[in-house]
Design a binder for this molecule. Structure first.
Ligand code: ADP
Ligand code: MG
Length: 704
């Protein structure tokens, strides 16, 4: 019975082989189950019929329906441009309906003089209403529709799929699949659990999510489906955690030896903050238990995570292991190497670097050194996860700014050893522990909640373009005091060409405006050769250049304490956490630092709120919360999904925190009673657990 949902969708009425291929390729829908879990992202009210005159551009309607008589048809264009038009009229106005393909199909069916319910997405040409590929239904047919509430789901789709299926295609296919599947849906949750948590049966949930019977029915359906997803994930995480702790195959670092102690006593340039000490202690404790460590370290920008990473790596070295540290960008990796080499100067610890642009010699030294065991610490970028990187004895892995890496990449690093190394993942993006686990798997969390002493809060202001002269004046003033300035431009793939133009225009304008010989402006962006980038960074770090014009490549991690001014151009185009990261590039020394957010006069309400929040607070945790509130749910899910360990269709762990908490508790209770979910009444739960076991065969929960 349960296997029915595994059937190929090509056998669903209205699909067939060709459509099945497209649905698979475009939306990953292969089985009836996939189709039933392809949920609408929105609902429109199909009981509402608009007078044509009310469908205006100003009304801002995304989908509408109206009831109108077809008054005439026409053809235009030739060949690929050929189109078919029909004119529709009600008592209040007229609309033009257009078809660019499937013309044969529609011309056969449409009858001039007849009345239809027309449904689609309105467009306006010089104020006149147009609709491309609308859905047309006879009035009788429309009245006999499935859902009694009148709500009809709008399904996520792609252009190819919409073209292939037409306006009502996906809905129709789901109707057909539902008709075949409705009596063959097994509920994975035991009755007792459903009663305990007040959950509607799965069958009812599918029915209501696709054909809502009422608002309340829809709400309950959403709750139930989210519950299943999050429960599936919780079962996985908790079971793996139990496994991990049962295995006790973690490397032991019992010694705090010469390397660690020499560093601590002789090299450390400043006392550790209380929070740094606490986290190092936590890591020490983890590494003497015999279990493999999986720790997430959260700490605001500038809180000194690098030092914690370095000292943990020294612990590994003291115990005869190698360590590696992976950073998301070339610049950051190079900077880490430089920092680490400088800090370890004169100590018997060998540090190598490997990035995508490592020259032959550097590459050879790194590869041979780690394979032979001569190199103790390897720092690099994604290049570290290449297959040819073979460690002699990898015991400790640090992943910096983990949100920048996909899950797969993190997991591959982990598989480098037969026995898993300890893992420390660092991030400046604060998230609650349960959420972190849902996103990244089974892990413990440490927090650095204290900045090094002597930091002054950064002053942030928002200027519009009108204040540019004032900005230049301020930059001059700071440079005259011996300080340095960043000017950052957004860079977004879709508008890359234009963004690069803005960047180079800005660079030229600044070079023109700071023509004095003692001022040097340098530029750094992704299209430059690595060697040029490095030279540019070097100039800025050494203080030869006073101004660095750059894209957001400098967003993460770059550390130049003498830089006190961060100018962010088109600041409205950055997200809050990105703005906060960028701001974190200044305020790293003892001097008062400034962040200046530049934007045009016209701003959306949301952008204005973001920039205001930046001016108001320096607290990354608060900004992260605000960010969640400001952004819509869909958006966030999309952003997080790329790095997420689990595929979610409906639950949003950042917003569904209550369900997350409840499922966590449910999973704990279920596994306590039946650790392997082996009882007959738990068979469905076991299937649910397997379904949400992660993106790949690799055990993701073990990596981060
Ligand atoms: P992040 O947590 O953003 O990675 P970094 O590790 O880059 O922060 O540290 C930010 C700056 O603070 C660096 O210049 C570092 O040398 C300095 N720093 C780190 N720990 C301390 C400390 N305990 N006291 C003073 N300065 C510190
Ligand atoms: Mg850092």
């Amino acid at each position: 019975m349960e296997n029915y949902l595994d059937n190929d969708i090509q056998f669903v009425a209205g699909v067939g082989e060709a459509r099945a291929k497209v649905l698979d390729r475009e939306l990953g829908i292969r089985t009836v189950g996939d189709l039933l879990t392809h949920y609408p992202f929105r609902y429109i009210d199909r009981t509402r019929i608009y007078p044509v005159a009310e469908i205006t551009e100003a009304a801002g309607l995304s989908y509408v329906q109206f009831r109108a008589r077809i008054t005439g048809i026409a053809y235009a264009g030739e060949g690929r441009r050929r189109r078919f038009m029909a004119y529709a009229q009600d008592a209040t106005g007229q609309a033009e309906l257009v078809w660019f393909h499937s013309i044969k199909w529609i011309e056969k069916r449409i009858e001039v003089g007849r009345e239809y319910i027309v449904f689609g997405r309105p467009a306006f040409y010089r104020g006149a209403l147009q609709m491309a590929h609308p859905e047309l239904e006879s009035v009788e047919q429309a009245l006999s529709r499935k859902s009694e509430s009148g709500m009809q789901g709008i399904y996520p789709s792609t252009e190819k799929v919409s073209n292939l299926l037409g306006a009502k295609g996906m809905y129709q296919i789901v109707c057909n699949a539902w008709a075949q599947a409705r009596d063959r849906i097994a509920d994975p949750l035991p009755e007792a659990l459903r009663t305990q948590y007040g959950l509607m049966p799965l069958r009812e949930a599918y029915r209501n999510i696709h054909f809502p019977q009422s608002q309340e029915g829809l709400r309950q359906a959403q709750y139930r489906l989210k519950f299943d997803e999050l429960l599936g994930i919780q079962l996985n995480i908790q079971q793996r955690r139990t496994d991990r702790l049962a295995k006790s195959n973690g490397f032991l670092f019992p010694r705090v030896g010469g390397v660690f102690n020499t560093f601590y006593n002789e090299k450390l340039p400043f006392p550790l903050t209380g929070a740094q000490k606490r986290v190092i202690r936590e890591i020490r404790q983890d590494t003497v238990t015999g279990y493999q460590m999986n720790r997430l370290l959260q700490g605001d920008v500038g809180s000194g995570k690098t030092l914690v990473a370095l000292m943990s790596m020294l612990l590994a070295v003291d115990n005869g292991f190698q360590a590696c540290m992976m950073a998301p960008t070339e610049i950051l990796a190079r900077q880490h190497v430089a920092t680490i080499r400088r800090m370890l100067d004169g100590m018997p610890v060998r540090v190598a670097v490997l990035t995508g642009s490592s020259k032959a010699r550097e590459r050879r030294e790194a590869l041979e050194g780690i394979a032979s065991g001569e190199v103790d610490i390897l720092v690099g970028t994604h290049a570290l996860i290449e297959d040819r990187v073979q460690f002699a004895n990898l015991g400790f892995v640090v992943i910096d700014e983990q949100h920048r890496f996909g899950v797969e990449q993190r997991a591959r690093l982990w598989t480098k050893n037969a026995q898993p190394p300890h893992i420390l993942v660092m991030t400046a993006t604060p998230i609650p522990r349960t959420l972190a686990m849902t996103l990244y798997g089974d892990l413990d969390v440490s927090v650095i909640d204290e900045l090094p002493p002597g930091r002054r809060p950064i002053r942030t202001v928002h200027y519009t373009d009108a204040a540019r002269m004032r900005l230049f004046g301020f930059m001059r003033q700071e440079i005259a005091k011996g300080r340095q300035v960043y000017v950052v431009y957004p860079l977004i793939q879709e508008s890359e060409a234009m963004d690069y133009k803005d960047l180079t225009d800005g660079y030229e304008a600044i070079s023109r405006d700071f023509p004095l010989p003692e001022y040097v402006t340098t530029i750094c962006h992704g299209k430059m050769k690595p060697a040029d980038k490095e030279e540019s960074m070097r100039q800025f770090k050494s203080g030869e250049a006073q101004i660095m014009v750059a894209t957001s490549v400098i967003e993460v991690g770059v550390d130049v304490p003498n830089a006190t001014v961060m100018v962010i151009e088109s600041a409205e185009r950055f997200g809050l956490s990105q703005l906060h990261q960028l701001r974190g590039r200044v305020g790293r020394g003892g001097e008062q630092s400034y962040c200046i957010l530049m934007s045009g006069e016209k701003l959306s309400k949301e952008s204005r709120a973001r920039l205001a929040a930046m001016c108001e607070t320096n607290d990354g945790f608060r900004l992260a919360e605000l960010d969640l509130k400001l952004r819509g749910s869909g958006d966030i899910n999309g952003t997080l999904q790329s790095g997420m360990a689990f595929d979610l269709k409906i639950a949003n762990p950042t917003l569904d925190t209550q369900i997350l908490a409840v499922t966590r508790e449910a999973a704990t209770a279920l596994l306590a009673a039946d650790p392997a979910l082996a009882a007959p009444e738990h068979r469905g739960l076991d299937r649910l657990r397997r379904r949400y076991s992660g993106r790949d065969e690799i055990d993701f929960s073990r990596i981060s």
